[in-house]
Design a protein around this ligand. Structure first.
Ligand code: BEZ
Ligand code: FE
Length: 292
C-alpha cells in the first residue's frame, strides 16, 4: 500500500493486522491505533510535539527500576489505573469498593498475629486498627488473609529507603473465627507520590499537586471471595477531593480517633496520644460461588 495520507493511513494500519482481528490482542490494538490516530488528527499534532512526547516516554522508561515504577505513576496520575480498577470491580451495593493498587506493594511481607505491630519501627504516632470482615449477607469471614501496607509519617514506604533491609509498615494478618481483625501500626498521613521524575514534571506543568490523602492499603483474600484491593482514607484530610491518582471513594473514608495518653486497646498504657480506627470490610462472593 502506497501514497497514504491523513485520511487513509488509519485503515491501512488496521488492515495490516487483519489476520488477528478476531483475537483480543487484535481488538485492543485496533482500538488503540484508532484512538491514537484520532488524537493526532484532532489536535493537529506537530512533529516537535510528538518528538517531545517520545522524549517524555523515554524518560519515564529510564526512571523505572526494581524500586521505582514510573509507568504506574503515569497511569495513576492520568486516571487510567482508577478507570481500569472501576471497570474490573463492579460489585453489588454494600460490598467494599476497590481502589488503585499503587506501586508500593511488595511480595514477601511478614506475617503477624492479631494485635501485633506491623509498623515494625516505621516512624509515626501509634494507631490501633480493628474491624470485621464479612460477606454481603453479614456473615463473618474467618481466616481472611489481610495484607496491609502504608507510608510512615515522613511520607515514605519502607521500599523507598535505600539500604533498609527490613519490612516496615507492612504485614499480613488473618481474621479470626468471627471475622474480627486488629493490628497496631502508625497513623496514616498524607504524602506526595514520587515527583522527582518525568511524571512529577508533568504534574507541575499541568498545575497539579502530587499529594495523596492519608490512607492505609489493604489487600484481602478469602476462599470463595473476590480479592479486594482497597484503601481506607483518613477523614478530614485536605486532599480527599484532589487525590493525585483519583482513588478516593466516600465509602472508603474512615475515622482516625485521637486519644489522650492512657490505656490502649491492647491493654497497655501509652504515654503519648494515640489513635484508633475501626473499619469493616465486605467481600464479594466469587462468581460461581454466590450464596442465596
Ligand atoms: C500509593 O498509594 O501507594 C500510590 C498510589 C499511586 C501512585 C503512587 C502511590
Ligand atoms: Fe499509598
Amino acid at each position: 500500500m502506497r501514497n497514504l495520507n491523513e485520511n487513509t493511513i488509519t485503515q491501512a494500519v488496521l488492515d495490516r493486522q487483519s489476520g488477528v482481528s478476531e483475537t483480543r490482542l487484535g481488538q485492543i490494538m485496533s482500538s488503540l491505533i484508532q484512538h491514537m490516530h484520532a488524537f493526532a488528527l484532532e489536535i493537529d499534532l506537530t512533529e516537535d510535539e510528538w518528538a517531545a512526547g517520545i522524549q517524555f516516554l523515554t524518560e519515564v522508561g529510564h526512571k523505572c527500576d526494581d524500586k521505582r515504577q514510573e509507568f504506574i505513576l503515569l497511569s495513576d496520575t492520568l486516571g487510567l489505573s482508577m478507570l481500569v480498577t472501576a471497570l474490573n470491580n463492579r460489585k453489588p451495593e454494600g460490598c467494599t469498593e476497590a481502589t488503585v493498587f499503587g506501586p508500593f506493594h511488595v511480595e514477601g511481607a511478614p506475617h503477624y498475629a492479631l494485635g501485633e505491630d506491623v509498623a515494625n519501627g516505621a516512624k509515626g504516632e501509634r494507631c490501633f486498627v480493628q474491624g470485621v470482615v464479612r460477606d454481603i449477607a453479614g456473615n463473618p469471614i474467618p481466616n481472611a488473609v489481610m495484607e496491609i501496607w502504608q507510608a510512615d509519617s515522613d511520607g515514605f514506604y519502607d521500599v523507598q529507603y535505600q539500604g533498609l533491609d527490613q519490612h516496615r509498615g507492612r504485614g499480613i494478618i488473618h481474621s479470626d473465627a468471627d471475622g474480627n481483625y486488629n493490628f497496631r501500626t502508625i497513623c496514616a498521613e498524607a504524602y506526595p507520590i514520587p515527583h522527582d521524575g518525568p511524571v512529577g514534571r508533568m504534574l507541575e506543568a499541568l498545575g497539579r499537586h502530587p499529594w495523596r490523602p492519608a490512607h492505609l492499603h489493604f489487600m484481602i483474600k478469602a476462599d470463595g471471595f473476590e480479592t479486594l484491593v482497597t484503601h481506607v482514607f483518613r477523614d478530614g484530610d485536605k486532599y480527599l477531593d484532589s487525590d493525585a491518582v483519583f482513588g478516593v471513594r466516600s465509602s472508603l473514608v474512615g475515622e482516625w480517633v485521637r486519644h489522650e495518653p492512657g490505656e490502649t486497646p491492647d491493654g497497655n498504657y501509652a504515654t503519648l496520644p494515640f489513635y484508633t480506627m475501626d473499619f469493616d470490610f465486605v467481600l464479594n462472593h466469587d462468581a460461581g460461588t454466590q450464596k442465596a
